[in-house]
Design a protein around this ligand. Structure first.
Ligand SMILES: C[S@@+](CC[C@H](N)C(=O)[O-])C[C@H]1O[C@@H](n2cnc3c(N)ncnc32)[C@H](O)[C@@H]1O
Length: 270
C-alpha cells in the first residue's frame, strides 16, 4: 500500500472515531491542507481528536456555495441558515419598497455577503452587517473583501441596532444566539469547547436577544409611525410558543427548514 493511501486511511479512521459524517470529503481536504502547508497530518489529527472542528483548524467554511474565513470568535455557519438568504431574496423581490437590509449578529458575514453577491447589480439596495464582537467583525470585513463586495456592505460594531438609525423599508435579518440554557449545556463537546458561547447562548429561554431586538424596533416605530420594518429571524424550534407570546398581534409567517422544523419567522413590525 502506498504511503499516501496509508495516510488517508489513518485520517479516515480518526474522523470516524471522532464522529464525523462526510469522511471522504474531509479526509481529502485534510490531506490537501497538510500537503499545502507541508505539515504532518498527525498534527491536525491530534487537534481533531480533542473535538476541535475541522473548519476552525483550516480557518474557513462553506456557506451558500461560497468560502468564508473563520476565526475563534465566529460561529461555523450552519447549512440550515442558508435558507435565510433565499427567504430574504424572495422577500426583497416581492417588496420592492424595501431598499435596506441589516444583518444583526453577522458573525463571519456569511448571510449579508451571500445576499450582496446575489444582489450585486441592484445598486439601490443598502446592505449592513452588525456584530457586538470586534474580532468577528474583522473577519466579516475580510470576507467582504474576499468576495469583492466590500464597497456594497457596511459593517458596524454595536449592541443589536443601537449603532444605527432605522430607515423606512428595512428588512432586518437576525440569526442571534438562540439556544436556551438547558439545551446549551447538552450540546456536543466540540461546540461547547470550541464555538463562542456569545454566538450561541440565548439566555434562559433562548429569546433574550430577540426580545431586546423587537423592543428596539418597536421604540423606533413609535418615534416614527411611518416606518415599514420586517424582521426575519432564525430560532430554536422549541422556543416558538414562547416567541408567539412576545409577538402578540404582529403579522407573522412561520417557515420550516428542510427537516420540517419551525426554524424561521418573518415578522411585519410596522
Ligand atoms: C448565531 S451567531 C450567527 C453568526 C452568523 N450570522 C451566522 O449565521 O453564521 C450570532 C452572532 O451574534 C453576535 N451577537 C451576540 N450578541 C449580540 C448583540 N447584542 N448585538 C449584536 N451582535 C450580537 C455574536 O457575536 C455572533 O456573531
Amino acid at each position: 500500500m502506498s504511503e499516501n493511501l496509508k495516510e488517508l486511511y489513518q485520517i479516515q479512521r480518526v474522523l470516524n472515531d471522532t464522529g464525523y459524517h462526510d469522511i471522504s470529503r474531509i479526509s481529502k481536504e485534510i490531506q490537501d491542507y497538510c500537503n499545502e502547508k507541508a505539515i504532518s497530518p498527525t498534527l491536525v489529527l491530534k487537534r481533531i481528536e480533542t473535538g476541535e472542528p475541522w473548519d476552525y483548524i483550516r480557518g474557513e467554511s462553506e456557506f451558500y456555495g461560497n468560502k468564508f474565513l473563520l476565526n475563534k470568535r465566529t460561529l461555523i455557519p450552519r447549512p440550515e441558515t442558508e435558507q435565510m438568504v433565499d427567504i430574504a431574496i424572495s422577500f426583497l423581490e416581492e417588496n420592492p419598497n424595501y431598499k435596506n437590509v441589516i444583518d444583526v449578529g453577522t458573525g463571519s458575514g456569511c448571510i449579508i455577503i451571500s445576499i450582496a453577491k446575489v444582489l450585486k447589480d441592484k445598486k439601490e439596495i443598502n446592505l449592513c452587517g452588525i456584530d457586538i464582537d470586534k474580532q468577528a467583525l474583522s473577519i466579516a470585513k475580510e470576507n467582504a473583501v474576499l468576495h469583492k463586495i466590500n464597497e456594497k456592505v457596511t459593517f458596524l460594531k454595536g449592541n443589536l441596532l443601537k449603532a444605527t438609525e432605522l430607515k423606512d423599508g428595512t428588512l432586518i435579518i437576525a440569526n442571534l444566539p438562540y439556544i436556551p440554557k438547558k439545551i446549551y449545556k447538552k450540546l456536543d463537546r466540540s461546540v461547547l469547547n470550541f464555538e463562542p458561547k456569545r454566538a450561541l447562548l440565548g439566555g434562559k429561554d433562548g429569546l433574550k436577544y430577540y426580545k431586546e431586538l423587537i423592543s428596539q424596533v418597536e421604540k423606533a416605530c413609535k418615534k416614527d409611525i411611518s416606518l415599514d420594518i420586517t424582521l426575519l429571524i432564525e430560532i430554536e424550534p422549541s422556543t416558538l410558543e414562547d416567541l408567539r407570546m412576545v409577538l402578540g398581534n404582529y403579522e407573522t409567517d412561520i417557515i420550516k427548514d428542510s427537516r420540517n422544523h419551525n426554524r424561521f419567522v418573518l415578522i411585519r413590525l410596522s
